[in-house]
Design a binder for this molecule. Sequence first.
Ligand code: HEC
Length: 271
Amino acid sequence: MRRTLIAYFAVLLAGLSCLALAAETSVSLPAPNAVLFGLHEAPVTVIEPHRSTALKPVEVTYKGFPAVPLLDALLGTQWRSGEALIGFEAKDGYLSMIPAAQLLRYPAYLVYARADGDDFSLETPPLNNRVPLGPWYLVWDNVLHSNLQADGATYWPYQVEKIGLVSAPSKAKLFPAMLPERYRDGAALTEKYCLSCHQVNGVGGRKMPIDLGQWTANQSFARFATWVLDPSGKNPLTAMPPLAPERPASERQLMARQIYGYLRAIGALDK
Ligand code: HEC
């Protein structure tokens, strides 16, 4: 009996460690507080992508800390090097993997409250449920850098509890050496738009941890594209967002093709 229990726990532990994908070097964020690591909080005004439309931008001012020095304090400066991906993990398993280069190029802030003291929450589709944004929410200065508005809410993870470096071996699983270079763009798009919830070769989020390579291997582009471009047409209550809704239809089609091409290719390698 004891042996079975031990075996059971071993399996459980193995399961946990492979689920906690960015966990090798992941750390819990400290509780929000006005002074962290000697950094002082500052207000940051953004065009809130979860509430804005192209015709009606909504500005919100949050308070928090610039992400770069906070990451330095939590991860050491090694996160800045090379091709690193920084994982921002939320309570529900959502994992936003953001290239270090993006964080070094554009001003991002980890915020924990609204400057006006209003509720730190958002209404989310499809039912406009109110969800809390805390403990931490990553926002970008898309007022100063208006080109960021084209990415909408991608890279704006909320309910963030942990951050970590996605290790080089994990990253390598997303682009095995056998995969032809022409799939690079598709791989980058998949990382950006899909792996916060889904996985490829065990790498990605846990919100809906299906393996997209395997799923795509037996599916037509048409079926794939309906899911990706119009998920609420498949399931009106789905938690899956449409791919890059801010972008023109022709560009979205092309993005879907590139993602599909990459997923088919990597799915075929598994066999
Ligand atoms: C915010 C999380 C999230 C993101 C980002 C996301 N999905 Fe999903 N996806 C889901 C959820 C949740 C479902 C479960 C189906 C439902 O809600 O009806 C799903 C379902 C699917 C399905 C159908 C699976 C099945 O069993 O029928 C496919 C295919 C899929 N997603 C592909 C993608 C691709 C490709 C991307 C990137 C372009 C993506 N998803 C981005 C959350 C997400």
